[in-house]
Design a protein around this ligand. Sequence first.
Ligand SMILES: *[C@@H]1O[C@H](CO)[C@@H](O)[C@H](O)[C@H]1NC(C)=O
Ligand SMILES: *[C@@H]1O[C@H](CO)[C@@H](O)[C@H](O)[C@H]1NC(C)=O
Ligand SMILES: *[C@@H]1O[C@H](CO)[C@@H](O)[C@H](O)[C@H]1NC(C)=O
Length: 249
Amino acid sequence: MWQLLPSTALLLLVSAGAQAADLPKAVVVLEPPWNRVLTLDTVTLKCQGAQSPGDNSTQWLHNGTLISRQTSYFIKAASVENSGEYRCRTDLSELSDPVQLEVHVGWLLLQAPRWVFQEGEPLQLTCHSWQNRPIRNVQFFQNGRSRKFSYTDSEFHIPAAASKHSGSYFCRGLIGKKNESSEAVDIIIQGPAVPSTSTFLLHWPQIPFSLVMALLFAVDTGLYFAVQRDLHSSMGAWKNSKVSWSQGP
Ligand SMILES: *[C@@H]1O[C@H](CO)[C@@H](O)[C@H](O)[C@H]1NC(C)=O
Ligand SMILES: *[C@@H]1O[C@H](CO)[C@@H](O)[C@H](O)[C@H]1NC(C)=O
Ligand SMILES: *[C@@H]1O[C@H](CO)[C@@H](O)[C@H](O)[C@H]1NC(C)=O
């Protein structure tokens, strides 16, 4: 029975957590959807969360510091100091999960809406140049091997991602006469979803009951055999003592 105590404590914790967070979390949305940008790029961060009519008290936190109370946070020309962790909340939503913005210094940067994809999802990479200068002879590399070459197209499209598309990517091209390369970024393609710890926790309420039943059954069966064995041995002892008694005189 003691094994059940930790799971009961966890259940209590989970339900306490659910009560504390009955407002939905706000969500930070980036427009355009890149979390990696180059200096001087324009970024708009939007806060998606429920708001009571007439209320305009959105809060924006950058690296934990309150920076704005506007609905959207607009970065006109990004600088390295704009990097870091952004969170927001509206009056009817909890503080959002953080979104990391990276402002890079360089000529070329690989961009994607996300860096982790499920198998079968489309995957699009963009080779972005500083101040959108024209790029020629654009090449995309995966794990050091050339995957795509184009004279002018700076996008690399994979219609359905598969595990073989996981790896380290970068792009290269000519900006004017300069031959430039981006930094490499890791892309992860995840296989079919397996039940995670969180789904296990969700189904946890069913487990104590089945565990109790199994334990009761085990204890019951154990008792039954123990009692039977004791009965047998005491009867055996009684027989033996009878024999020794009869042999005695
Ligand atoms: C909210 O809007 C009102 C006018 O509609 C304005 O007076 C007030 O300053 C705004 N508050 C914030 C925090 O932006
Ligand atoms: C926020 O944090 C990031 C990374 O930790 C840093 O690069 C950036 O300069 C910080 N910006 C501010 C304004 O604190
Ligand atoms: C850029 O330089 C690499 C070697 O560093 C070379 O292999 C490649 O052909 C050059 N790319 C272009 C487009 O000239």
